[in-house]
Unconditional design. Sequence first.
Length: 384
Amino acid sequence: MKTLKDLTVDNKTVLVRVDFNVPIDETGQVMDASRIEAVKPTIDYLRERNAKVVLLAHFGRPKGKVVDELRFKPIIPVVSEVLGCDVAYVQDCIGKEVEAAVAELPVGGVLLLENVRFYVAEKDNDPEFAKQLASLGDLYVNDAFGAAHRAHASTAGVADLLPHAAGLLMQREVEELTHIVENPAEPVVAIIGGSKISTKMNLINSLLPKVEYLLLGGALANTVLMAQNHKIGKSLVEEELSGTVKDLLSNKLRVPVDVVVAKEIKEDAEKRVVAVGKIEEDDYALDIGPDTVGIYSDCIKKAKTIIWNGPMGVFEMESFAMGTYHIAKVVGETDAYSVIGGGETVSAVKKVGLEDQISFISTGGGAMLEFLEGNEMPGIKALD
Ligand code: ADP
Ligand code: MG
């Protein structure tokens, strides 16, 4: 993989693919600017070396057409504040108007182009579209680790057409995660939670041979409990997968022994801690219980490497956040090398202010899972 030091950027126009797919609230305010902050070092590096920076990014799922709510316009002030400089913007990512804006860009200037996913050609990795994007710059840098598992025009196609390199964030993600996959300090303990086991089955399968323990929590543990013939009431489950899950059962796998249940998924719903086996027909299991936290903590304390993806419960509601909170605390307190990733997992750890205790926080959700599964990443391969 080529890195920034392989490029001479002085006076060059550098197309930089970034991940600005930030969470926004109902009023369009950016709720968490981490993804923008994460690419600042690369943009600073380029500006300090007299490059002109043209940013390419996607936002949401516009499905190949223009969606006004998914324009970058409202986030420009945030980008500008994080980068500490003016950020120019055009309401398109190819064409005459864009070419004019690029031509006007001063040395050290930053221009953000419109959502590349307004074009269906982006996801199709259409060669003509990639050519139009590539024509805007002299060099290409990819710093969008979060999109590196996709073979799109702005992540793979353009790289084939211009001298290219990984940005500093991409480089760090690849280095840290490669270390975890190839030579982690042992024992390794993995903690997997979240909503759907179907999205994490491949990860679980590829981690199992490498770990001492694999601790399951969140809704996805319900599917495993069901496969073990436990009653799980009205809890979120992927019933159709309980057969597949049976093949996965291994003595390394740990599932909850107790859970926090309620009759409604509501912040102020009355909650109870019950042993697995005592879940009633109209209960929802919404968090792991204290005995489970204790057992999981003992496993985590033995680890030299910890990999965590997926919250242990519905942490968005204070009432069901304790499991996730306690696990975060134990992970933070160990001396182990810890890696976390996943949109909700990262936001849960930040919510309790423990992000500084984690060795590496990946910016990739799906991309991190695919990397850890050992899948080929088109956006990274294109940087060879
Ligand atoms: P990540 O983004 O970290 O990979 P996921 O997207 O897989 O995590 O899952 C996160 C979601 O799972 C959270 O929004 C959380 O509310 C939900 N969740 C966790 N435990 C449960 C549960 N027991 N029942 C229902 N939803 C749950
Ligand atoms: Mg998620």
